[in-house]
Design a protein around this ligand. Structure first.
Ligand SMILES: *Cc1c(COP(=O)(O)O)cnc(C)c1O
Length: 376
């Protein structure tokens, strides 16, 4: 269970929610939806925003908007949330997995070109798109991704669900590629309870996303449908929260960065664990979560670490489980015989510390003490 990670009383959340109730605007037709879409688009340097029900369906809609399907392959990281691969597989397209960078956990872009080239020359589904997912706090290296996309004429979907307020070389995450997606789940930097958004600069794609969001109703004659869509609409109540939360994004990022520094200062020097990088050449870490990876010298794995910390009343969570090891995909015959050693190591050795916005310095100190005792 994830509670609201920060009291909602410090900003305009309550005021805007009351406005929804007093005006009677609660459905997706209400004015906050458009305001939230425009606010997100402006903040991320995009021209179009399409608010949807959550970050997972934002990916489904992005894949459907690009009309990816059987015979098409989408190159994506092995190490991410299942929503990425599920969107591709549900559309009938085929995911091609790339292993992770062991330090940033993002797709190892050095492997990307080779993967695309091999699939382009092979007999299987042909690469049509790259889906990147920025993991835990540092962005994927976008320049090499965009270069490969240009070279092979691939579309790019950017899953920026964990990256509100992050940048790559000074440019906002959520501004890269054909379509970018966000989540507003309560553990994300900006929350609407449940919610998501698609951003793009392409008016045609935006139009398709809006139709996909709303059952593909014909614009002239409602109840006639040229394609199948879904009901992915976000309510005005959710969007009201989103507008208020977005006003505070800079403060949230600053708090997350404070959490990151504080943990690193408390934990550095403990042998046997890898702490997250404070910055890379292209971005400062925004610590969506604070991830640690157990070194080879530590005799137990992340499941055991989570258990031992749980016994000390510290709630931690282990890392994502790589796509090629997912029973659901194995049963479908996907990824047979594949190995992605870095993501396999990460899922065995990685876990993240309590990282919610409401965290106090005292709680971080307690957590750090517990980690020291457990690792020793
Ligand atoms: C949270 C998350 C999602 C899914 O968002 P929901 O709103 O929970 O559906 C997708 N991708 C990444 C990388 C995420 O962290």
């Amino acid at each position: 269970m994830v509670p609201v990670n920060e009291p909602l009383l410090d900003g305009n959340e309550k005021k805007y929610l009351v406005e929804c109730i007093e005006t009677g605007w609660i459905s997706s037709e209400g004015p906050f939806v458009k305001r939230f879409e425009e606010g997100m688009a402006a903040r991320m340097g995009r021209s179009q925003g399409i608010a949807v029900a959550n970050g997972s369906v934002a990916l489904d809609a992005a894949v459907a908007a690009l009309q990816l399907g059987p015979g098409d392959a989408v190159v994506m990281p092995a190490f991410t949330i299942i929503s990425c691969a599920a969107a591709i597989v549900r559309a009938g397209a085929t995911p091609i997995l790339v292993d992770s960078d062991p330090i940033t956990f993002n797709m190892d872009v050095r492997q990307l070109r080779e993967k695309v080239l091999k699939a382009t020359r092979g007999n299987g589904p042909k690469p049509k798109a790259i889906m990147v997912a920025h993991i835990y706090g540092l962005p994927t290296e976008m320049d090499p991704v965009l270069e490969v996309a240009r070279e092979f004429n691939l579309r790019v979907i950017e899953d920026a669900a964990e990256m509100h307020g992050q940048t790559y070389k000074g440019k906002p995450c959520g501004s890269f590629g054909d379509l970018s997606t966000f989540s507003f789940y309560p553990n994300k930097h900006v929350t609407t309870g449940e919610g998501g958004m698609i951003l793009t600069d392409d008016a045609g794609l935006a139009d398709r996303c809006r139709s996909l969001r709303n059952l593909f109703f014909d614009k002239e004659r409602r109840y006639i449908h040229q394609e199948m869509g879904w009901n992915l609409r976000m309510s005005n109540i959710q969007a009201a929260l989103g507008v208020a939360q977005l006003e505070r994004l800079d403060a949230f990022v600053a708090k997350k960065r404070h959490i990151g520094h504080t943990y690193t200062n408390l934990l550095k020097g403990i042998p046997g664990i890898q702490l997250p990088l404070e910055r890379t050449a292209y971005a400062d870490n925004i610590y969506w979560v604070y991830p640690v990876v157990l070194g080879r010298d530590v005799s137990f794995d992340a499941v055991e670490a989570v258990k031992r910390l749980g016994a000390k009343k510290i709630g931690t969570r282990h890392f994502f489980w790589p796509m090629h090891l997912q029973p659901v995909f194995q049963k479908m015959g996907l990824f047979a015989g594949e190995s992605h050693p870095v993501s396999e190591m990460l899922c065995q050795r990685g876990f993240y510390l309590p990282s919610g916005l409401a965290l106090t310095d005292a709680q971080m100190q307690e957590t750090a003490e517990a980690v020291k005792e457990v690792i020793r």
